[in-house]
Design a protein around this ligand. Structure first.
Ligand code: FDA
Length: 391
């Protein structure tokens, strides 16, 4: 009774997609998960509306020690393929910004769709099941607190380390390592920055202020919104560069992207010499930020009192504010885990371990991490599909 063709550990985005595809191919599939419900991260994603893919998926928008690895799976199961599934299930959707596609209603619809597809092809899902051992003879045997199961194919789809309080574990890494697969160092990605000292003293009172910026780190740049928080900086621009940042490095922020700050400040001085610096600056930046920067960098009662040198200094800061985050807010706040199972150990066509026939690794557990904006789900769908085609 406990013999299957394919065992999948992890009923998240990638595991469910692998199950659906393998089931469609007539394979007998069992999905095991320790959680009490499937797809819990899908449910909380995109503010409850699930940013399920992006219209502009490109391999170079994924980080990995081998940037070419994701290309094959992404080309074979595309954003259009997933959108076709969404439309087949009559889930209303909209494009928000930058190609990001969301449900109009709720992320629950995406989970319900995946479960319906899985059920239609006879996939079995067992929840609240704890895996206690995995061995490999002719087949894989997965021992759990609810019995032992065997199959010739085993898919590791247990995701990454982000949001441990939701049950995220390093399970896939441990199992992969046990089977001799390499691991790329893990760190939190798409995560807010925390600051200390003077920088935090400036940022804390600004918590809640947001503005469009151009953020740069580790050779990447993102023109999106930034948000001040009680611990430092967040918002899409910051989350995006956090994936390119390494501890100890500086980030650079342009608070007036596309604008010539020095010309604007000198023009403001000429046009409104009697204006208070914070008022003049408030025409370029949110009022609270303008006030905080004016207090620190424009010592004077009126714009006319300020030497051009002071305005140039502030303009340079506005265009190229260099900051060194103390740290990130860690896995508790990270949307994804960078690093993971080394792609060198896997086939890019099938996600199968080259040295362990029958063992597959998919989704976030693999060292492939997308940008913010639906890229990580598309990787989960595409890598899950690739494994489901082959398992
Ligand atoms: P996922 O984490 O989805 O699934 C892993 C499954 O394995 C879970 O069901 C878990 O219970 C199970 N599991 C773990 N350890 C186990 C063990 N030891 N035994 C048995 N089962 C185990 N991405 C995106 O593209 N658009 C978005 O809108 C968002 N939004 C978002 C918001 C928040 C708050 C977070 C934290 C993340 C996002 N993401 C996102 C990222 C996205 O959620 C993530 O990349 C995918 O869920 C990864 O899919 P996986 O199937 O690989 O792992």
């Amino acid at each position: 009774m406990n013999a299957f063709d394919v065992l999948i550990i992890g009923a998240g985005a990638a595991g469910l997609m692998a199950a659906i595809r393998a089931g469609q191919r007539g394979r007998r599939v069992l999905v095991l998960d320790h959680a009490e419900a499937p797809g819990k991260k899908i449910l909380i994603s995109g503010g409850g509306r699930c940013n399920f893919t992006n219209r502009d998926i490109r391999p170079e928008r994924f980080l990995s020690a081998n940037p070419a690895f994701a290309r094959s799976a992404l080309a074979r199961y595309t954003a259009r393929d997933f959108l076709a599934l969404i439309e087949k299930h009559r889930i209303a959707w909209h494009e928000k910004t930058l190609g990001q596609l969301f449900c109009d209603g709720s992320a629950r619809q995406v989970v319900a769709m995946l479960l319906a597809e899985a059920e239609a092809v006879g996939v079995e899902i067992r929840l609240e099941t704890r895996v206690t051992d995995i061995t490999r003879g002719t087949d894989f045997t997965v021992t759990t607190d609810r019995g032992a199961f065997t199959a010739a194919a085993l898919v590791l789809a247990t995701g990454g380390l982000s949001i441990p309080k939701m049950g995220a574990t390093g399970f896939a890494y441990d199992v992969a390592k046990r089977f001799g697969l390499g691991l790329v160092e893990r760190r939190p990605g798409l995560v807010p920055f925390a600051f200390g000292g003077e920088e935090l003293a400036l940022m804390q009172p600004l918590a809640g202020v947001s503005l469009p910026i151009l953020a740069r780190a580790g050779g990447a740049k993102f023109p999106e919104a930034m948000l001040f928080t009680h611990r430092g900086l967040s918002g899409p621009a910051i989350l995006q560069i956090s994936s390119y940042w390494h501890p100890g490095e500086a980030i650079t922020l342009d608070l007036l992207p596309g604008q010539d700050a020095i010309s604007l400040l000198l023009a403001a001085k000429r046009a409104r010499p009697k204006a208070e610096p914070r008022t003049a600056l408030g025409e370029l930046l949110p009022a609270r930020l303008a006030q905080a920067l004016a207090e620190r960098h424009l010592p004077g009662m009126r714009m006319a009192d300020l030497p051009d040198r002071a305005l140039t200094g502030l303009a340079n800061l506005l265009k190229s504010w260099r900051l060194t985050p103390a740290t990130t807010e860690g896995y508790a706040k990270a949307e994804v885990t960078l690093g993971g199972v080394d792609t060198a150990a896997l086939s890019q066509q099938t996600m199968m371990a080259k040295a362990v026939p029958g063992l597959f690794v998919v989704g976030e557990a693999v060292d492939v991490t997308g940008w913010l904006g639906g890229y990580n789900f598309q990787w989960a769908w595409a890598s899950g599909w690739a494994a489901g085609e082959a398992a």
